[in-house]
Write a protein that binds this ligand. Structure first.
Ligand SMILES: Cc1cc2nc3c(=O)[nH]c(=O)nc-3n(C[C@H](O)[C@H](O)[C@H](O)COP(=O)(O)OP(=O)(O)OC[C@H]3O[C@@H](n4cnc5c(N)ncnc54)[C@H](O)[C@@H]3O)c2cc1C
Length: 252
């Protein structure tokens, strides 16, 4: 009958049970990304009309659908038009609200995929007038700069060091024959961690690391590389704590 999952999709022919299952799967994906399963984030309440905010179930189903659709293949952008094809037209306003919110807040359509246009997409913020100064070319600053560029803003990044990367730093040894990570190198959790998306967009394979400080499961890196990788991480962390890597002490 009247549940949002039954009303909303229009193109795919699914039985009510299949549709219900799909809606539940999408809700779990949204949950794993940090969204409450049956409630709005405060920032979402602010963008919805009063009536939609008071009865948010339809919006939540649409929002979860967009999140799950993009995560199915984050190498390509998910334009609003594509979402509209899969949702009944009476919910167009909810698609507009959810797609706009998720894009602006960087929950979908973010990252470094070659398929993302260098210029701002058609549904970017209208006529942005502002220029933005980003202080620091670490992960956060570079990601913010890239996203703001996609929104069509003008961006200048200022970095105090002679190199980008901040606390992510690869030290080359032996004339470049070997390398050791002196800062961030392990992705902990791939669902809510945007670095998991970046790895997929760049086609970088991920490998489970062994237990120790990074978790309790056994890893699957071949040839004892697990133990070596773990040692390097722990050594890097120790040096970081002692300030020996230069990262904790503000150098290089
Ligand atoms: C030893 C070590 C190991 C780590 N391991 C992991 C890991 O395995 N996995 C993980 O996820 N994370 C790890 N981290 C944490 C991770 O590296 C950081 O969370 C992440 O790099 C922080 O990025 P950021 O952009 O927020 O800050 P930063 O990388 O610190 O970037 C800030 C940038 O701003 C610049 N800056 C600051 N002030 C100014 C100013 N006034 N003017 C101009 N420039 C300025 C700095 O020079 C720097 O480049 C590790 C960190 C360390 C130190």
């Amino acid at each position: 009958g009247n549940s949002p999952s039954r009303r909303i999709r229009r193109l795919r022919r699914l039985s009510p049970e299949e549709r219900q299952r799909e809606t539940e799967t999408e809700a779990l994906i949204a949950l794993s990304l940090g969204f409450p399963i049956d409630a709005l984030l405060p920032a979402e309440e602010a963008i919805l009309a009063d009536a939609d905010a008071a009865a948010p179930n339809d919006y939540i189903v649409v929002r979860n659908h967009i999140l799950a659709s993009w995560r199915a293949d984050p190498r390509v952008p998910l334009p609003r038009a594509r979402v509209l094809e899969t949702v009944a037209s009476s919910y167009d306003h909810l698609v507009a609200a959810a797609h706009g919110f998720l894009t602006r807040e960087g929950h979908v359509n973010f990252g470094v995929s070659a398929a993302f246009p260098a210029s701002s997409p058609a549904d970017a913020l209208q006529a942005p007038a502002a220029s933005v100064l980003v202080i620091g070319a670490g992960l956060a600053g570079l990601a913010a700069a890239r996203q703001l560029l996609r929104f069509g803003l003008r961006v200048l990044v200022l970095e105090g060091r002679a190199r980008p990367g901040g606390r992510v730093y690869t030290s080359r040894l032996g004339g470049g024959q070997a390398a050791v990570e002196l800062g961030g190198s392990v992705i902990t959790g791939i669902h809510a961690n945007p670095l998991g998306v970046l790895a997929r967009q760049l086609g970088i394979p991920l490998h489970k690391a062994a237990g120790g400080s990074q978790g309790s499961r056994r890893g699957d890196l071949a040839g004892g590389r697990d133990r070596k990788a773990e040692k390097v991480v722990q050594c890097g962390q120790k040096r970081g704590r002692e300030g020996g890597s230069g990262l904790a002490s503000g150098k290089p």
